[in-house]
Design a protein around this ligand. Structure first.
Ligand SMILES: [Zn+2]
Length: 131
């Protein structure tokens, strides 16, 4: 079970995203609506994240790696990742999640590196482009 948080770079995430067992969790708040998002990412706003952890765990059934990010991944991303680690520890719930990660430089860094940004309005995003 995941007990610590590691960081991944954008280029590492590009490779990881090809795995069927990974989920990207966007914890930005309203910015997601305006700024687009990483394709296929789930949205669990940092505001109210605690209340939605069990829903998140249901959504990521079968995934073993979660990659959190916010706009810069400096505050909200790491703190939500930490909340999930704590939740799993407290509940002794083995949901099969082995790796909890944070995307370095967040969505803004991802976009600034010219990586693809999805602007669909689907909830959840159904795009799974690998680029
Ligand atoms: Zn989308």
């Amino acid at each position: 079970m995941a007990r610590s948080i590691s960081y991944v770079t954008g280029s590492q995430l590009v490779s990881l995203k090809r795995l069927p067992t990974i989920a990207v969790v966007d914890v930005r708040d309203d910015e997601r609506t305006h700024d687009g998002h990483i394709s296929g990412s789930l949205h669990y706003a940092s505001d109210g994240f605690d209340r939605n952890i069990s829903k998140l765990l249901h959504d990521v059934k079968g995934k073993d790696t979660l990659v959190f990010h916010c706009a810069l991944s400096q505050v909200r991303g790491p703190s939500c990742a930490r909340k999930l680690v704590n939740y799993l520890e407290e509940n002794k719930e083995d949901v099969g999640i082995k790796n909890i990660m944070v995307l370095e430089r967040g969505f803004n860094g991802w976009e600034a590196s010219g990586r693809p940004v999805c602007r669909c309005n689907n909830v959840p995003c159904k795009e799974h482009e690998n680029a």
